[in-house]
Design a binder for this molecule. Structure first.
Ligand SMILES: Nc1ncnc2c1ncn2[C@@H]1O[C@H](COP(=O)(O)OP(=O)(O)OP(=O)(O)O)[C@@H](O)[C@H]1O
Ligand SMILES: [Mg+2]
Length: 268
C-alpha cells in the first residue's frame, strides 16, 4: 500500500473559510499549471483548504502523507505479482499525472531524496514524469497540479527543502486564523455557539503567544475545534480545555501548570 487516498468527484466542497486571497491564488496557480507549496503550522487548515479547492475546481485529489520511508516507487508505481503474472500498478502520483488530478504531498520535507528528484522534471516547464521501470516518459495531463505542504516551524535544519526544489513552487503562507475567522470556523465545526467559542479562541491566542518560550508550537485550530466539540457534547469547560488544549501541548508538569494559570486568567 502506498498510504495515499483519493477523494473528490461531484460532492459539494468541504467547508473552508478563506483567510485572505488564498483561494484566488490557488485557482490562478491551477489555471497556469504552477505547483503550489503551502507553508504553515500544524492544524491551521492546509489540508482542508486543498480538499475544498479540489472540489471547487472539480479535480480528483490524491493525498500522500510523506514520511522518511516513502520511496519514489511508492509515488510512481511498481510491478506487482497478480495471479502468477507481473503487472505494472501506477502509484498515486502517476495516476494524478495521467488523469489530470491534484496530487497533494503532505509534509513533503519528510520525503526521501529520491522522491524530490522525481518531482523536479514534473514541477518545471517540462511537466514530465519519467518512469524508469517501464521506460515510459509521461507528459502530465493539462489539469495535473502538484501541491505540497510543510511546517517550517519544526526546528530541524536537516529537514528543509533544497532551493532547487522549493523554487519550483509558488508559496502560500498559512497562519492561525484571526479571531474574527477562527470563531465562526470553530463554531461551525463543533456546533458550539459563537458566544461560547469566543473565550476558547481568546485562550488559544494567549497560548500561541507562548510559542518559543515554553512551547514548540502554538495550539492549533484543530485543538480548539476538539475542545469546542467536547463542550458542545456536554463536557465541562475545564476538563475539555485540559484534555484538548493543554495535554497535547506539553508533557512538562511546570509548563502545564503555567498554561493552566492562563486558563484561569481567561475564564476566571
Ligand atoms: N479556514 C478554515 N475553514 C474551515 N475549517 C478550518 C479552517 N482552518 C482550520 N479549520 C479547521 O481546522 C482543522 C484542522 O485543519 P487541517 O487538518 O486542514 O490542518 P493542517 O494545516 O492540514 O494541519 P497539519 O499540518 O497538522 O496536517 C480542520 O479540520 C478544520 O476543522
Ligand atoms: Mg494536514
Amino acid at each position: 500500500m502506498d498510504g495515499s487516498h483519493i477523494t473528490g468527484g461531484a460532492a459539494t466542497a468541504p467547508f473552508y473559510l478563506p483567510q485572505g486571497d488564498e483561494c484566488d491564488v490557488f485557482a490562478a496557480a491551477a489555471a497556469h499549471r504552477l505547483p503550489v507549496l503551502l507553508k504553515g503550522p500544524t492544524g491551521c487548515g492546509k489540508t482542508r483548504f486543498v480538499a475544498h479547492m479540489a472540489a471547487k475546481l472539480g479535480r480528483p485529489l490524491y493525498t500522500v502523507a510523506c514520511h522518511d520511508d516513502l520511496s519514489a516507487a511508492d509515488l510512481i508505481g511498481r510491478y506487482l505479482l497478480k495471479g502468477g503474472e507481473t503487472v505494472w500498478v501506477d502509484g498515486p502520483l502517476t495516476r494524478a499525472v495521467r488523469e489530470g488530478a491534484i496530487c497533494y504531498l503532505d509534509e513533503v520535507v519528510e520525503a526521501r531524496k529520491d522522491v524530490t528528484v522525481v518531482l523536479h522534471p514534473l514541477t518545471d516547464d517540462r511537466r514530465i514524469l519519467p518512469i524508469d521501470r517501464t521506460g515510459e516518459e509521461l507528459e502530465a495531463h493539462p489539469d495535473f497540479l502538484l501541491v505540497a505542504s510543510y511546517n517550517p516551524g519544526y526546528q530541524n535544519i536537516l529537514k528543509t527543502l533544497k532551493p532547487s526544489t522549493r523554487q519550483r513552487f509558488i508559496g502560500v503562507e498559512f497562519t492561525f486564523p484571526r479571531p474574527e475567522h477562527e470563531i465562526p470556523v470553530v463554531a461551525r465545526e463543533s456546533g458550539l455557539a459563537e458566544e461560547r467559542v469566543k473565550p476558547l479562541v481568546r485562550l488559544a491566542n494567549k497560548l500561541r503567544a507562548m510559542k518559543g518560550q515554553d512551547l514548540e508550537e502554538g495550539v492549533s485550530t484543530r485543538l480548539v475545534v476538539y475542545a469546542a466539540t467536547l463542550i458542545a457534547g456536554g463536557m465541562g469547560v475545564d476538563r475539555a480545555i485540559r484534555t484538548a488544549m493543554i495535554e497535547p501541548l506539553s508533557d512538562d508538569a511546570d509548563v502545564k501548570a503555567g498554561l493552566r494559570d492562563l486558563v484561569t486568567a481567561v475564564f476566571g
